[in-house]
Structure formats: C-alpha cells, structure tokens
Design a protein around this ligand. Structure first.
Ligand code: ADP
Length: 512
C-alpha cells in the first residue's frame, strides 16, 4: 500500500521497515490463501506526511530507525539525545532540535515517528516570551510606582489624620474637663474618662444610648445649655451655664457649654459643686453675720443713747440693767469677732496650738462653773467624772475653748432649759469629753454637716437663736489640730450629745 491509501501489487520481499497486516482467506472452513498488506515506513511516507501536516519551515517530521532519522529530503545520523514521547533535546546533523517521538507499534524494526523543531527557535521564542513577561512586569511595577506617587499625598494625609486622631483621643482621655458628644438623634457617641469621674456614669453605660435615658433630667438640662457655633464664640449664648445634675442621689453642679458639629453637639463641662457650695455658704455667712452684728449693735446703740439722754431720770437699777446689757452685747460682738478671726487663722494655718499634758478634770469643772453663771433656774449644769483620770496631751486653752463652745451651744439650743451634763472619761489611748443636753437635737442627715464652716440648721434665724455657723467648725479644726476627733449623737427633740476625744498622756493621776 502507498501513502494516501493506494494499493499496489508488490513483487519481492516485504521491506524491513513497514507496517504489516496479514489476513487469511478461508472458504468452507478451509484456508485457501492469505492477503498481506503493508505500508513501507520510508521517505515517500515521510514526504507525504510532511505535505499533509503542513508544519511550516521550522518544524519537520521524520522516521527514526537504527540511530538515523529519515526526513522528506535526507537521512541524518542522530548524534545525541534520546527519542521519547516527552519532548527532549537531540542533536542531528550538527544542529540542536527538540523532538517528540512515538513508537509505530507492530513494526519489528522499532521505527519511531518523530516531530522536530529547532532548539534555537524555541529558545528565542522562550526568550521573547520571557522578555514579554518581564516587560509586562516592569510596566506593572512602573504603573504601581506612578500610582503610589499619585496617591502618596493622600496616603500621607490619611496617616497624618490617623496620628491626629490618636493624639486627640489621648488628649480627651487625660483632659480634666468632662467631654461628651450627642449626635443628631440624641444618642451619646463619646463620653471621656473625666465625664465618668465627675458624674459617676460609666462610658459603657451611656455610650450608644439616648442622652435622655442616661443623663438624669437631660431634656431640662439641655434646654439651658448655651450651644455655640464655634468653640470660644464670644457671644453671650456661648458662655457656660451652671446646671445641677442628680446622679445616684448626689447633686453635682456642672459648668457646661456646647458647640455644634456637623453630626451633633459636643459638650464640655467641669465640676463646680465645691465652688457652688462655698458660694452658697459665703452668701449665707454674709446674711448671718449681718444679722448677728445688727442685733447687738442695735441693743448697744439703744442702751447708750438712753443712758446719755435720760441719765438723770433713770433709777439706779435701770441704769445698772442698761450697763449690763451693754456689757453682754459687747461681749457677744467680741466673741463673734474672735470666732471670725480664729476661723481665718485656721484657714491660713497661722493658728498656734501647743501640745502639753494637762488635767482634764480641772478643765471640766471650770467650764461647768462658768456655764452656771449664765443659765437661768430652768437649767442645771451637772458634771460626771470617774475617780481616776489620766492626763491629756493637747493645748489646755484650746480644749477649754472647744468645751465652752459646746456648752454655749447646749445652753443656746435648749430654749426650754433642762439638764446639761459635762463629763470626761478615758481608756488607755483617749480621753473623751462629752456635753449632753436635752434641747432641740439635730436631725440625722445634718449631724455631719453642722461641723462645716458657716453651716446652720436655721440659717434664717426663724427660731430666734443667733449664731455665725462658725463655732462647731472651729471646734472640729481645733480638735483635729490636737490629733483628736469630734462627733455628735442626737435624737431630734430629745437633745444632743457632743463628744470629742484627745490622746492621753499614759500616766494615771489620782483626783486632787
Ligand atoms: P452657731 O453659731 O449657729 O451656733 P455652730 O457651728 O456652733 O454655729 O453650730 C452649727 C449648727 O449646729 C447650729 O446652727 C445649730 O443648728 C446646730 N447645733 C449646734 N449645737 C447644737 C445643740 N447642742 N443642739 C442642737 N443643735 C445644735
């Protein structure tokens, strides 16, 4: 058979390199002959395949047998390399090729059909491809660099803004003023640590929740807060407002101002509770002192005028009463001035207090005797002292001042008289002085506050009992300066017991 399918008769031996098929011819069960068809694996076949496959100039087809390769034009020796199904390099006629070979089965002489392509061409194609890939890579890098160059200002800007944000957060976390942000929907978006500390409301309890639900009385408070368009706006609307806030049963006064933002309002506030309380006390003090001065001054003025104008008309007892009134009222004025002076010295730290052992018993007896001179028949002054008393360490003059102040109050705040008891007792560490009365008493909620400066239960003098509100403040500060403490126990309407304790000297003395 010829390439292309033409069958021709063949005379002679079957060539060694040929694809052979043999078919038996049978008739009535007997073999009567055979037909042998073969295709010679030779150059005409290669030439025909080369034409048919149209591989172009660079590729060729050949038949390999016994170390030679027969192509359409010539036969060449395979100088190196092996022919196999996977592409491999071979050398042929002094040139390098990449070859793929396929066994032509059935052929006893192991002929292979081979396709070849010049290695130099493949390498140049690979190089071109590599350069193309590298070119694309470089192009990509250049494009990326250009892009980076183009966007770097905005990257830098975003980095700067990130840094600025971090710095702002640090500042907000450390600033002493409370700062919070309420968005347009009335939801709290920010609550800094100072806001937590001042109000006692934790950030996680208020953030992302409506201000109306979390800040007590917010709608009323918010209506009073001036909101400026820019921070530090000088117009009247932007000056801070002082508002009260009731948090957890505690009244906190805040000086607060707001500034509008695009997405809400930022509020800044500081705690002015102390200043507010001092302000209240100061105005109370002015009212109290004016009242305290006016009463004795009016009495003094009246008594002095009467004595001047009607000296000869007045009986001796009346003149004596008027002079007595002058003495009492001037004493009251002097005491008041002394109280104001001592309070001032305590505030400035210039009050001197000596520390020495003294006899507490003697002090109590002296105070009781002085008190007896000033009370009417409706009041009794008793003393209670144990048999043995240690000496006390402190300032005897200041201790007497404290004791006298407490006794004065006991008399003053027992308008219907009653029994007043002075006492002192001691353990190994402290001596405890007590002044007990049966007077008006002090409500539980006020028992701490009466020791504050200027604090009075009856600031408007409705009960008609005068006072500056300085006495117990002075007592507390004097006792503290002698390393002691003072407190009160009282049932309103049943009287009060004031106690102060001072350190004992550690040596027990027998009563005189
Ligand atoms: P004042 O000059 O008003 O007496 P104090 O500081 O001595 O000032 O006392 C403060 C307040 O404590 C008084 O205004 C009074 O309301 C109350 N107080 C003091 N002592 C007594 C007492 N023995 N009984 C009842 N109330 C008292």
């Amino acid at each position: 058979m010829r390439p292309g399918g033409a069958v021709v008769r063949w005379r002679g031996a079957v060539p060694a390199a040929a694809a052979v098929r043999k078919v038996d011819v049978t008739s009535k069960g007997r073999t009567v002959g055979e037909v042998l068809v073969f295709l010679p694996l030779d150059r005409p076949l290669v030439a025909w395949l080369t034409r048919k496959t149209d591989l172009g100039d660079r590729r060729r087809i050949g038949l390999a047998r016994a170390g030679n390769l027969v192509d359409a034009e010539r036969t060449l020796r395979i100088q190196s390399g092996t022919l196999q199904a996977n592409a491999d390099d071979i050398r042929l006629g002094g040139l390098g090729y990449r070859a793929v070979a396929e066994d032509l089965g059935g052929s006893p002489s192991r002929v292979k059909l081979v396709t070849l392509e010049r290695s130099s061409y493949i390498d140049s194609q690979a190089n071109t491809a590599r350069w193309r890939v590298m070119g694309v890579g470089f192009g990509l890098i250049a494009a990326l660099l250009a892009l980076a160059y183009a966007v770097s200002p905005s990257i830098a800007r975003s980095r700067v803004s990130r840094q600025e944000r971090a710095r702002a957060e640090r500042v907000l976390a450390r600033v002493g003023d409370g700062v919070f942000l309420v968005d347009r929907d009335g939801v709290i978006q920010l609550w800094n640590p100072a806001a937590e500390a001042i109000t006692g409301l934790r950030a996680d309890a208020v953030c992302n929740r409506p201000a109306e639900e979390t800040i007590p009385g917010w709608p009323a408070v918010a209506a009073r807060i001036p909101v400026a368009r820019r921070p530090g706006d000088a117009d009247d609307a932007s000056s801070a407002e002082t508002v009260p806030l009731d948090v957890g049963g505690r009244e906190v006064w805040l000086s607060i101002v707001g500034v509008t933002l695009d997405d809400g309002t930022v509020y800044a506030f500081r705690d002015v509770t102390r200043e507010r309380r001092l302000e209240e006390l100061r105005s109370q003090f002015v009212a109290t002192i004016s009242h305290e001065l006016r009463t004795p001054l009016a009495s003094l003025h009246g008594a002095a005028l009467t004595l001047l104008e009607r000296e000869h008309d007045l009986s001796a007892p009346t003149q004596h009463d008027l002079l007595d009134m002058i003495a009492v009222q001037s004493r009251r004025l002097a005491d008041l001035v002394e109280e104001i002076l001592v309070a001032g010295q305590l505030d400035s730290g210039s009050l001197t207090v000596v520390t020495e052992p003294f006899d507490p018993e003697e002090l109590v007896w002296t105070a009781a005797a002085a008190a007896r001179l000033r009370v009417g028949d409706d009041t009794t002054i008793d003393v209670s002292i144990p048999a043995l008393m240690p000496k006390v360490v402190g300032d005897p003059g200041r201790t007497r001042q404290v004791l006298m102040n407490l006794v004065d109050n006991a008399i003053k705040y027992s308008p219907r008289g009653g029994r007043i008891e002075l006492g002192v007792e001691a353990d190994d560490v402290h001596a405890r002085f007590t002044v007990r009365d049966e007077g008006l008493g002090i409500p539980l909620g006020e028992q701490e506050r009466i020791f504050e400066k200027f604090y009075r239960l009856d600031p408007d003098h409705r009960r008609g009992i005068g006072g500056s509100g300085l006495g117990l403040y002075i007592c507390r500060e004097l006792v503290r300066s002698m390393n002691g403490r003072i407190w009160v126990e009282s049932d309103p309407g049943q009287g009060a017991t004031f106690t102060f304790e001072l350190p004992v000297a550690g040596r027990v003395t027998a009563p005189a």
